[in-house]
Design a protein around this ligand. Structure first.
Ligand SMILES: *Cc1c(COP(=O)(O)O)cnc(C)c1O
Length: 335
């Protein structure tokens, strides 16, 4: 009765429990300022809960268009960028989904759910895109995450362009772009085969609200919009995302704080740290259990990254604690 894709599926789960410091999900450590929350709740009082939201999320898309300096016809919003990944896999012909591991887990999650063939062409030794002559004839879509998780580095623009030149549909996931030195969203103007994904879950601090969006040429967005479920976005999430777009100053301040803290962590552990343009750092230290015993949850990496951990940059206090714990770990090891 159940599809074999479902029977073989592994439940996606994350760490739970009563721990002191959570640095495992790349969330922002900043909740909204209380006075801003008050303002938001006042706005929410005006929402008519009995009425469906705008069917194409137009008010939010218009604010995004202004924010990004592009036309509203080039934007679609989704219930988290995760939902857009799901929809994009229904958009194109072909049966192969190309990923470049190690990378974000949701690309393979949705590909497997749909019973598609997953083709993994690993990143090179510097975790940059491999140079390929061809991707073959059956490619549905190629996923590129830049800055990449869990490694933290950006993918070089030249290599992204090389892939785009091959003509297959490409999804460029820019979830961490607010912590990076430059975006490649401008390539959308040149390449009709490019879809850029963004989210409110990281630098915008709205992980709880589930809002993401895709930017592409209007000809692509027109098709993608057709298959994003109508009314998928709820009014409250959309209203909060709209209000956050007016908080540019605050978002920039928070991102600066995180980048500064990230660079402190990297220089503290320079022998073990991988370069990062994100709000996390990958360290070549097998310290997951050691940190957990001290109430600090980080991400344990596996496969090719076995023995490494990924630490989300937190508040100054949290970073001070994790730094002290890691120094103890190193001295216990005799380093
Ligand atoms: C966190 C993250 C997302 C965000 O997904 P949402 O569904 O918008 O919360 C997307 N891509 C990557 C690479 C991420 O790390």
């Amino acid at each position: 009765m159940f599809r074999k894709e479902v029977l073989n599926f592994k439940t996606y789960d994350t760490m739970k429990g009563d721990h002191r410091i959570w640095l495992d999900k790349n969330e922002s450590p900043f909740d909204l300022p209380p006075e801003f929350k008050d303002k938001m709740f006042d706005e929410l009082k005006k929402v008519e809960f009995n009425r469906y939201p705008d069917i194409s999320a137009l008010p939010l898309r218009e604010k995004l268009a202004t924010h990004l300096g592009i036309d509203v016809s080039g934007i679609v919003v989704g219930n988290g960028s995760d939902q857009l990944i799901d929809c994009i896999l229904d958009l194109f012909v072909g049966n192969q989904v190309v990923i470049h591991s190690p990378t974000f887990g949701m690309y393979s999650f949705y590909a497997k759910k749909k019973g598609l063939e997953l083709v993994d062409i690993p990143l090179d030794e510097g975790y940059d895109l491999p140079c390929l002559d061809s991707y073959g004839d059956h490619v549905k879509v190629i996923f590129i995450c830049s800055p990449n998780t869990p490694t933290g580095n950006v993918i070089s623009r030249d290599r992204i362009v090389d892939v785009l030149e091959k003509g297959h549909p490409v999804v460029l996931d820019e979830a961490y772009i607010d912590y990076a030195h430059e975006s490649n969203m401008g390539l959308v103007e040149e390449y009709e085969n490019l879809i850029v994904l963004r989210t409110f879950s990281k630098a915008y601090g709205l992980a709880a609200m589930r809002v993401g969006y895709a930017v592409a040429r209007p000809s692509v967005i027109r098709q993608l919009s057709k298959i994003v479920s109508p009314f998928i976005m709820n009014k409250i999430s959309m209203k909060m995302a709209e209000m956050m777009l007016e908080q540019d100053e605050l978002i920039r301040e928070h991102a600066e704080y995180i980048k500064n803290e990230r660079d402190k962590l990297i220089s503290e552990f320079s022998e073990y740290a991988h370069p990062s343009e994100t709000n996390f750092v990958m360290l070549d230290l097998d310290a997951y259990d050691y940190l957990l015993e001290r109430g600090i949850v980080v991400r344990k990496l596996g496969g090719r990254l076995k023995g490494k951990i990924r630490i989300t940059v937190g508040t100054v206090g949290e970073n001070r604690d994790v730094t002290a714990a890691l120094k103890d770990f190193l001295s216990a090891k005799g380093c």
